[in-house]
Ligand binder design. Sequence first.
Ligand SMILES: Cc1cc2nc3c(=O)[nH]c(=O)nc-3n(C[C@H](O)[C@H](O)[C@H](O)COP(=O)(O)O)c2cc1C
Length: 189
Amino acid sequence: MDKKKLGPQILLYPMPAVLVGADVDKKPNFMTAAFCNIMAFNPPALSVGIQRIRYTTKGIETNGTFSVNIPSASLVKEVDRCGLYSGRNKDKSKIFNTFYGVLKTAPLIEECPLNIECRVKHTLDLGSHLLIVGEIVETHITGTCLTDGKADPEKIDPLIYIPTIRKYYRLGEFVADAFKVGKEKQTRG
Ligand SMILES: Cc1cc2nc3c(=O)[nH]c(=O)nc-3n(C[C@H](O)[C@H](O)[C@H](O)COP(=O)(O)O)c2cc1C
C-alpha cells in the first residue's frame, strides 16, 4: 500500500459550478459557487457554502430566499466572471436575462437550462463559510433540455469545477448503471 497523508483538504470530486442568485439592494446578483449539493429529497433541500463577506449573502439574509442556476459549459466565461467580480463593486445584474418564479426575490437566469428556487431553512456558521440549507420550492428547466419529459444531463451539459487545479470540465463518459452493476458477480465480497 502506498498512501501519503495530505492533511485536512477539501478534495471531493466532482464539484459543480453553479450560479447562486439573490436580489441585493433591489437588483439581481449572481455569484459562482462550487460548494453546493443536494442534501435531502423529502422535503427537497440543497445546501450552499458561502462566505459571509459575499455580496450575495446580504441578499440571502435579507430576503430569506436564493436561487441556484445550473449553467451549461457554453456559459463558462459568464460563470467565471460572476466568480471574479463582486456585485458590491461591479453590477452583475445585466450579464444574464433574469426572471422570477414563485419566490419573488430569488432571481433566475434565463440562459441557464436549470433553475432552482430555494427558501432558507437553516444557516450554520462553519468558520470560513456559512452553510446555507435551502428548501427547494420550484425547479424550472429549458424545454429543449428534456428527453421524454425528464431532465437530460447531456442536453443540460453542466459545468464541473476542480478546485485544486482551478479548472472547469464537463461531464465525462458513462461508466455503469447505478443500483444495478453492484448485483453482478464480483471477484471479492
Ligand atoms: C469556480 C468558482 C467557485 C467558487 N465557489 C465559491 C463558493 O462555493 N463559495 C463562496 O463563498 N465563493 C465561491 N467563489 C467565489 C465567489 O464567486 C466570488 O467571491 C464572487 O465575486 C462573489 O460575488 P458577490 O460578492 O457578488 O456575491 C467561487 C469562485 C469561482 C470562480
